[in-house]
Design a binder for this molecule. Structure first.
Ligand SMILES: Cc1cc2nc3c(=O)[nH]c(=O)nc-3n(C[C@H](O)[C@H](O)[C@H](O)COP(=O)(O)O)c2cc1C
Length: 194
């Protein structure tokens, strides 16, 4: 597999909503997922999951949840899911019993909305890594938040789950368009001069 370096991947990434018929190999998808899941998370308890959707029926449901054509057209759609249980079942394997007790104490005092927000932060950072990782192996992506959250959850088998939230839904495939850089405002960098 050939990779762009990080600078190239960030500079070349653009929101791309049209894809060729070429389907990324399992190897490519697995590598993008692996790199995305290298994203850091609060306490390293990884309160996010990455769901890979390739099934036509599921993609149709994502379209129905959003009206976004790229979910139908893309060979793969990644759904970045936030988790908000106090502690995941595998926390002890990840952290060891002592740290689980400490972190569990902190998280058990958090409100439901704070737990949801923490899961979304982990999910969105995962999504950011995913966009760059996908670009680095030649895949173009369309990051989205324009959908009905409950319908997206239903599309991926999480109907009614109050302990799950949706951060970003990302369509991906080999690019069939070359959008220009839409530009960035200069005043979003707040710092003393370099
Ligand atoms: C959080 C977020 C939500 C977005 N939601 C949508 C969306 O629902 N549909 C869509 O077509 N593009 C969506 N976009 C893509 C943006 O419009 C696009 O990233 C932005 O215009 C900058 O262009 P660039 O990604 O090519 O640099 C979203 C991007 C982000 C980061």
């Amino acid at each position: 597999m050939n990779f762009l370096n990080v600078q190239e991947a960030i500079d070349q990434r653009r929101a791309v909503r049209s894809y060729t018929a070429e389907v990324p190999s399992n190897e490519v998808i697995a590598e993008v997922a692996r790199l995305a899941l290298e994203a850091p998370s609060a306490f390293n308890i990884q309160m996010r999951d990455l769901v890979v959707v390739r099934d036509t029926e599921q993609k149709q449901k994502l379209f129905d949840a959003s009206g976004q054509q790229q979910f139908l057209d893309a060979p793969v759609v990644f759904v970045c899911v936030g988790r908000s249980e106090v502690m995941p079942d595998d926390a002890e394997d990840i952290l060891g019993a002592e740290r689980v007790a400490g972190i569990g104490g902190i998280r058990s005092r958090m409100s439901e909305s704070a737990l949801r927000e923490a899961g979304l932060k982990d999910a969105l950072l995962l999504a950011g890594f995913l966009l760059v990782a996908a670009q680095s192996v030649g895949l173009a992506t369309s990051p989205t938040t324009g959908w009905d959250e409950e319908k997206v959850k239903a599309a991926i088998g999480l109907a009614g789950r109050s302990d799950r939230s949706i951060g970003l839904v990302v369509a991906a495939g080999y690019p069939n368009e070359a959008p220009t850089h839409p530009g960035r405002a200069a005043n979003r960098l707040v710092a003393e001069s370099f």
